[in-house]
Design a protein around this ligand. Structure first.
Ligand SMILES: [Zn+2]
Length: 328
C-alpha cells in the first residue's frame, strides 16, 4: 500500500462507489442494472447526460443504512489504496432518509461506524459534509440544512450545495446556508464548473462560503481571481472530472496551473472517480505529466488541503505533521 499522504476534500460518497460493490449489491437485491456497466465491468461512460443516467441507475440500489455502512467501508478501502490519508465526503440526506431528521440519524450512525472501523483498519480518516441537492429546490434544501444543523459536530463538519448548477439561483439557498453557519458548520458550494465566473461570485456573496467546489471557470475573470486570492478562498479542483465531462477538452487546457500561479489556494480531488474512470493516482500522474508537478508541488497542494479542511484543530495538526518532510 502507498504511504497515506494525500488529502481529498471533494468526493461524493455515492459517486465513489466501486462498480464491483454496486454490481454485487444489485445481484443480492435481484435488480438488473447491467445497463450501468461497460464490458470491462466499469461504469458505462459517454457524455454528461449519460453520466447522470448511469449514476442514477447505479445508486438506485443503495437504500438502507446497512447499504451505506457497506458503501462507506468499500469507499474507504479504495481511498487507502490511493494513498489518501483524509477525505471529506458529500452526504445527501435527500438520499439517506429523504430529508427526515431521525431517518438521517440512522444512516449517519451507520456511516460513522464504518468510518471508525475503516480508520482503525486502513488508516484513512473520513469527515462528512451534508449537502443540499440544488435541483431539488430551496425548500427541500431547508430540510437538508435542518438535518445538518441537528447533527453538526466533530464528524459532520460542513454544509454544501451540489447538483445541477443550471437550476435556480444561489441566493435562494441563503436561508439554508445561514442556518448551517449558525450551527457552526463550515461552508462550500459547487460553482464555476458549468457556470461562469458569476456563479462563483454568487456563491461568495449570497452563501458566504469559504471553499468552492470546482470554481475553475473563475479563471476567465481576473478581478474574481484576485478576490479569491485576497479572501483566501480554497478551490476544490477536480481536473479529471472536468476533462471527462468536457468542461475542458484536454488536460493541457485545464486552468489548474494558471490558478495556482495566480496565488489561488488550489487542491486536487476526484469528485466521482469510478464514474469518470479516474483515481487520485491517475490525477497525480496527469498533473505530473502535463504541468511537470513534482513531489514538492504535491506536498504543497496537500498542505493547502490540510489547512482548508473543515476538521477540528487536533485532526488538522495530525494531517500537517504527516505532510511535513522528514529527514530520513
Ligand atoms: Zn462534485
Amino acid at each position: 500500500m502507498t504511504d497515506l499522504n494525500r488529502i481529498e476534500l471533494h468526493l461524493h460518497l455515492e459517486g465513489a462507489a466501486p462498480p464491483s460493490f454496486i454490481g454485487g449489491l444489485a445481484k443480492e437485491k435481484k435488480v438488473d442494472i447491467a445497463r450501468a456497466f461497460d464490458v470491462q465491468g466499469g461504469y458505462a461512460f459517454g457524455d454528461f447526460a449519460q453520466f447522470l443516467k448511469v449514476y442514477e441507475v447505479a445508486t438506485s440500489v443503495l437504500s438502507t443504512p446497512e447499504d451505506y455502512y457497506r458503501l462507506t467501508l468499500a469507499v474507504l478501502e479504495e481511498q487507502a489504496e490511493q494513498g489518501i490519508l483524509y477525505t471529506e465526503t458529500f452526504l445527501a440526506p435527500d438520499f439517506c432518509g429523504k430529508g427526515d431528521v431521525s431517518a438521517w440519524r440512522e444512516y449517519l450512525a451507520a456511516m460513522q461506524e464504518a468510518a471508525d472501523q475503516a480508520e482503525a483498519q486502513f488508516g484513512t480518516i473520513l469527515r462528512g459534509i451534508v449537502t443540499a441537492v440544488r435541483h431539488f429546490g430551496p425548500d427541500q434544501a431547508k430540510d437538508t440544512a435542518l438535518c445538518a444543523a441537528e447533527t453538526a459536530g466533530d464528524w459532520i463538519v460542513g454544509f454544501g450545495l451540489a447538483g445541477d448548477e443550471r437550476m435556480g439561483q444561489k441566493r435562494d439557498f441563503a436561508w439554508s446556508f445561514d442556518l448551517a453557519r449558525e450551527a457552526g458548520l463550515r461552508l462550500t458550494a459547487h460553482a464555476g464548473e458549468w457556470g461562469g465566473p458569476a456563479s462563483v461570485r454568487d456563491a461568495l456573496d449570497h452563501l458566504r462560503v469559504e471553499r468552492i467546489g470546482h470554481g475553475v471557470q473563475a479563471i476567465d475573470d481576473p478581478a474574481l481571481v484576485e478576490r479569491l486570492v485576497e479572501d483566501g478562498i480554497t478551490l476544490e479542483v477536480c481536473p479529471g472530472s472536468n476533462v471527462a465531462l468536457g468542461v475542458y477538452g484536454a488536460w493541457n487546457g485545464h486552468p489548474i496551473q494558471k490558478l495556482r500561479d495566480a496565488g489561488v489556494k488550489v487542491t486536487v480531488s476526484t469528485d466521482d472517480p469510478p464514474f469518470f474512470h479516474t483515481s487520485m493516482t491517475d490525477e497525480y500522474d496527469h498533473l505530473a505529466e502535463t504541468f511537470g508537478w513534482q513531489d514538492d508541488d504535491f506536498r504543497a497542494i496537500n498542505m493547502t488541503a490540510a489547512q482548508s479542511a473543515f476538521c477540528d484543530a487536533v485532526t488538522r495538526e495530525r494531517l500537517i505533521k504527516k505532510l511535513e518532510p522528514t529527514d530520513d
